[in-house]
Design a protein around this ligand. Structure first.
Ligand code: 5GP
Length: 190
């Protein structure tokens, strides 16, 4: 299979460490390009528009749904929409690179259904739900109610892990990164 039209999807419950693993893969493989999603939530901390997300109003997001500009979109959290833009994937493919998507479990399943042969789905499994809660608490970016919502959602999402091509248990970040590297190297060389 040529490089063109491959997709790598990294999914996990929030706090399972998928962002760190995704960043590691982006640094390791020049053939990869991060697919910047559209999102209706506000930017956090040092996040930049067009780099972390294409931040936009709900109105603008709805317009893009109507125009069929999304490969998938989800209301990931109450009232907050996230979506993968077709234009983003096409831009990356045109650069002869492989898009890497950091998206939620439902979005990952949705895209895999559309690209069954060319998409690789990797599920990052937290060692336990308790550990996940600890990580979210020590990250300190959400309040207690938001953390509870994420932990409940995580429990639900873990129940879908059998839908994915590969599962990596993130018990130790360095080891998990190495495992992800091996999986991606193989996929790139197919
Ligand atoms: P956060 O608000 O913490 O940046 O991200 C919340 C969740 O939304 C994460 O689990 C992230 O993977 C997911 N997400 C980000 N972009 C997309 C997207 O385009 N589609 C879907 N379905 N989920 C996304």
């Amino acid at each position: 299979m040529a490089l063109a039209n491959k997709i790598i999807i990294i999914t996990a419950p929030s706090g399972a460490g998928k962002t760190s693993i995704t960043r590691h893969l982006m640094k390791t493989f020049p053939q990869l390009a991060f697919s910047v999603s559209a999102a209706t939530r506000a930017a956090r901390g040092a996040e930049k528009d067009g780099v972390d997300y294409h931040f936009m109003s709900e109105e603008k997001f709805n317009e893009k749904i109507q125009n069929n500009e999304f490969v998938e979109w989800e209301m990931v959290y109450q009232g907050k929409y996230y979506g993968t833009l077709r234009s983003e994937l096409e831009k990356i493919w045109a650069e002869n690179k492989i898009p890497v998507l950091d998206i939620d479990v439902k979005g990952a399943i949705h895209i895999k259904r559309q690209y069954p042969d060319s998409a690789l789905t990797i599920f990052i499994d937290p060692p336990s739900v308790e550990e996940l809660r600890n990580r979210l608490e020590s990250r300190g970016t959400e309040n207690a109610v938001a953390i509870d919502a994420r932990v409940n959602k995580a429990t639900y999402e873990i129940s879908f892990k059998n839908h994915f091509d590969k599962t990596i248990v993130n018990d130790q970040l360095q080891r998990a990164c190495a495992e992800a590297e091996t999986i991606v190297k193989e996929f790139i060389s197919l």
